[in-house]
Design a protein around this ligand. Structure first.
Ligand code: ZN
Length: 369
């Protein structure tokens, strides 16, 4: 069985890396309207008929011994809210709707499901990192199912990531950048408990921790395992008609010092230049999944102020964002000259050198993109 499970996971990985991504099942998305991140409606006939709390089902009632194993498994799956249609045969892999997370905002078929060829058991895993529900159900087992890899299911916490409140050294580091303890605390900026020189920017959605980005004082970055691709500070724009997008977490914190909370940061920095190609379909838009994963927040917004860095990558990022968000609702911040040769680099640069009031005015003077 360990070998089978290994094969199952390898197969899952292969499928995730190949064009069989479940997103392709809703992929008739071209041409896309330029003004909003709208996916054309598709018929979705799942997810409404699943039991609301499959975990309360408890033990599975014993079946007629003559019943084929596959039918027993299908009954068990039904109790768990996994909707198997008749095409789901032993030995095949299926992408189904996950009853736990319902496939998230994109309603992806995120649950990879498999019944082994002899029908002895079924196994499944939801590949959405914020969910990760995985289990096995055996045809001749009285238990409804056994959960696999329980740790990864909805249990990302500050403790599980090994985070702790910021210590004096990092608080001083931020203070030098004019970021106050109040702002750090409201944004739940933390540090790694086993390396107190590493900042941890916590990524939350609806108040739940869904990821973490780490940054050393030497400006090295990496992302925590299992991090969802979303905008940083997402919950701060849930009711905003006007938002600001910046290029880094510290710029988001800087804008908060200037009085703007309706600000989010891209999670992964800027591209080196603007792509010369047409926009790819959503599921192939690899570098910008964080936008599509937040589309229900972004679609509601009337005005988007792009406050990316003044360098060429920052300007390329602004263009790539405007292409996807719709130029007509985009405005752009122009960072002023620092001296004869150069511009201020970003929001934190302005905050440090000319202060919060100046930063506020510069953002307010954004011009139509
Ligand atoms: Zn799920």
């Amino acid at each position: 069985m360990p070998i089978l499970e290994h094969q199952f996971l390898c197969r899952l990985l292969t499928r995730c890396l190949s064009s069989e991504l479940p997103l392709t099942s809703r992929a008739s998305v071209s041409p896309r309207p330029s003004s909003s991140l709208t996916v054309p409606p598709i018929s979705v006939s799942h997810a409404n008929n699943v039991p609301s709390s499959p975990d309360n089902v408890g033990k599975f009632v014993e079946n007629n011994l003559d019943m084929p194993r596959v039918d027993i498994l299908k009954q068990k799956m039904q109790l768990l809210g996994i909707d198997l249609d008749n095409s789901c045969l032993p030995g095949q892999y299926q992408n189904l709707f996950c009853p736990k997370c319902k496939g998230g905002q994109l309603e992806e078929r995120s649950l990879s499901f498999h019944i082994i060829p002899d029908g002895e058991f079924a196994m499944w895993r939801c590949f959405r990192t914020s969910c990760g529900w995985a289990g096995q159900a055996f045809a001749d087992d009285k238990e409804l199912y056994r959960r696999v890899g329980q740790k990864s299911y909805g249990t990302m916490t500050e403790e599980s990531l090994g985070l702790e409140p910021l210590g004096a050294k990092l608080i001083a580091y931020f203070k030098e950048r004019l970021i106050s303890e109040k702002t750090l605390s409201r944004n739940a900026v933390m540090q790694m408990s086993d390396n107190k020189n590493v900042i941890a920017f916590t990524y939350k959605r609806n108040g739940l921790l869904v990821g973490c980005k780490y940054r050393t004082m030497e400006k090295r970055f990496w992302q925590g395992k299992g991090t969802d691709k979303i905008l940083y500070g997402l919950d701060d724009i849930s009711d905003a008609a006007e938002i600001i997008i910046v290029e880094g977490e510290i710029d988001k914190l800087s804008l908060e010092e200037a009085g703007f909370r309706n600000c989010v940061s891209v999670p992964g920095g800027a591209p080196s230049k603007v792509s010369s190609k047409d926009l790819p379909p959503i599921e192939k838009d690899a570098g910008y999944q964080y936008l599509w994963n937040c589309k229900e927040y972004l679609n509601k917004v009337d005005r988007i102020i792009l406050a990316t860095d003044s360098d060429p990558p920052g300007q390329a990022l602004a263009e790539e964002l405007a292409r996807r968000l719709g130029r007509e609702r985009c405005w752009q911040v122009h960072w002023p000259k620092e001296d004869e040769q150069s511009l201020f680099k970003d929001a934190n640069d302005v905050l440090k050198c000319v202060g919060a009031d100046a930063l506020k005015r510069i953002v307010e003077n954004a011009e139509p993109y």
